[in-house]
Write a protein that binds this ligand. Structure first.
Ligand code: ADP
Ligand code: MG
Length: 239
């Protein structure tokens, strides 16, 4: 096979010299400095670092939610920085599932309708979307909670709904921003086992931000962010 085609197939995301700036009090502040990073399909990658070091900013860029100020970003070999907003939204909907610390479920919708939502955006009929949502909720252990609203569920159950919503479209990438940050330790362990199991069983690529270095050690790859710069690997005992 052609070498460049081969690398496109296994490299899901490639960042070249990606920087991000925000304005603070009218002054530009650089929060990511020349990030070079390749995420390979099927990988599990933990992103750790102090609060404010740029983890969520990097995750949002990986998830095509934010556009970097400079650099290059390839998703499945395609340049994302000249893609239209519609193309980015379509790619996010089809290829990427997000899981957040605060679950981000819609409070008025049942668990099933929260999970069906990404499929409705994709144009599926309500009936088909709900049917697939039901299957997905069964797979995360919530077969008996289909009609419950988020307020009627525990934290762990809400996060399972959010994971089902992230997975329902069969994405190639799950991005999770401190998904166990609001959960007690036993529930956090269950959610971690679920996410890592999905990687093993479905081959879904997993990038997760966590404060917990023991948790990070269970991922195939560990990256630390320090003041908007990446440090990789466990070689210096920092993980
Ligand atoms: P982390 O997730 O590691 O805690 P963030 O990526 O959220 O870090 O933030 C990195 C830095 O960028 C912080 O100093 C934060 O205050 C700043 N920041 C994040 N988002 C914005 C924004 N939308 N506007 C201005 N500053 C921001
Ligand atoms: Mg953050």
């Amino acid at each position: 096979m052609d070498k460049s085609l081969e690398s496109c197939l296994c490299e899901l995301l490639v960042l070249h010299n990606v920087s991000q700036c925000y304005s603070r009090g009218g002054q530009p502040v650089t929060v990511l400095h020349d990030i070079n990073l390749t995420i390979v399909r099927g990988q599990t990658c933990a992103l750790v670092g102090a609060s404010g070091s740029g983890k969520s900013t990097l995750l949002n860029i990986l998830g095509l939610l934010e556009t970097p100020a400079s650099g290059r970003l390839l998703f499945a070999g395609q340049n994302m920085l000249n893609a239209s907003a519609e193309a980015l939204a379509r790619l996010r909907n089809r290829e990427i599932g997000f899981v957040f610390q605060s679950f981000n479920l819609l409070p008025r919708l049942s668990a099933m309708d929260n999970v069906a939502l990404p499929l409705s955006y994709r144009g599926l009929s309500r009936r088909d979307a709900r049917q697939q949502a039901q299957v997905q909720l069964q797979q995360v252990g919530l077969a008996d909670k289909l009609h419950d609203k988020p307020a009627d569920l525990s934290g762990g159950q809400r996060q399972r709904v959010a994971i089902a919503r992230a997975l329902v479209g069969n994405p190639s990438l799950i991005l999770a921003d401190e998904p166990t940050g609001n959960l007690d330790s036993q529930t956090a362990e269950e959610i971690m086992a679920l996410l890592l199991g999905l990687n093993r069983e479905r081959g879904v690529t997993l990038v997760m931000v966590t404060h917990d270095t023991a948790l990070a050690g269970r991922f195939g790859r560990q990256i630390r962010m320090v003041d908007g710069r990446l440090q990789e690997g466990a070689a210096h005992g920092q993980f």
